[in-house]
Design a binder for this molecule. Structure first.
Ligand code: SF4
Length: 222
């Protein structure tokens, strides 16, 4: 079985376990990008609270762009790294206004995926994961965001080398994922990582992938 066949088997098996998550349709691209910046290194619950507070304090993106960075930082402090994230968001909004004349990213729908990734990733504080999440969730593009669960599981199942960085994984994993499966495979790997293949004590006795797993091979009794 080659690596593409193995990835397809894992993708199919996860769909049998958890179903086939469907993309929920286009979202406002700029809002999705800013939510994703807020989500870096924090939980979904904190991200949602931080985003709600930001919108409460600054109802429009123009308001955020005009606000003092300290005021934006204060409004999003629940998400952590407030100064860094406030600076990233404000710098991006100022760039967008200066470059395109309005605070909207809807034109991204008309760009090729690689051009859209490049456009977003040129900004400090917006890496390949944040750009990929935005293009996947807001635009339904065939990109594959790699979070901490996906990186860990991909190494355990030897889909990528053990020393592969998250940035490199963003380039490598799309080469082996079955066409059209990026979104459901991404979502299902996260479910699997949260429910079964967690970081510290994976529930290997419930896992259908033991025969493919380096972690299992190294940690099971002889
Ligand atoms: S065998 Fe264990 S470590 Fe390996 S993929 Fe399954 S749950 Fe994760």
């Amino acid at each position: 079985m080659d690596i593409q066949q193995k990835t397809a088997l894992i993708s199919d098996t996860l769909e049998n376990m958890f179903g086939t998550p469907k993309w929920s349709g286009a979202e406002d691209v700029l809002a999705c990008l800013i939510e994703t910046i807020l989500s870096q290194n924090t939980t979904d619950v904190s991200r949602d609270k931080g985003y709600a507070r930001l919108k409460e304090q600054f109802p429009t993106w123009e308001d955020v762009m005009q606000a003092d960075v300290k005021a934006v930082e204060e409004s999003i402090k629940i998400v952590g790294l407030g100064n860094q994230k406030a600076t990233t968001i404000k710098n991006f909004l100022s760039w967008l206004k200066a470059e395109y004349g309005e605070l909207s990213l809807e034109f991204v729908h008309d760009l090729k995926t690689e051009d859209a990734l490049e456009l977003l990733c040129q900004h400090k504080g917006i890496g390949i994961k944040t750009a990929s999440v935005t293009l996947s969730f807001a635009c339904g593009r065939e990109v594959f965001p790699v979070d901490t669960h996906i990186l860990r599981i991909s190494k355990r199942l030897a889909l990528i080398p053990q020393n592969c960085s998250a940035d490199k994984a963003h380039a490598e994993l799309p080469k082996i994922i079955p066409k059209g499966k990026s979104y459901p495979f991404h979502m299902n790997l996260i479910y699997f990582g949260r429910r079964i293949c967690n970081a510290r004590k994976p529930l290997c006795e419930q896992c259908p992938f033991t025969q493919h797993c380096l972690y299992f091979e190294e940690n099971s009794e002889p």
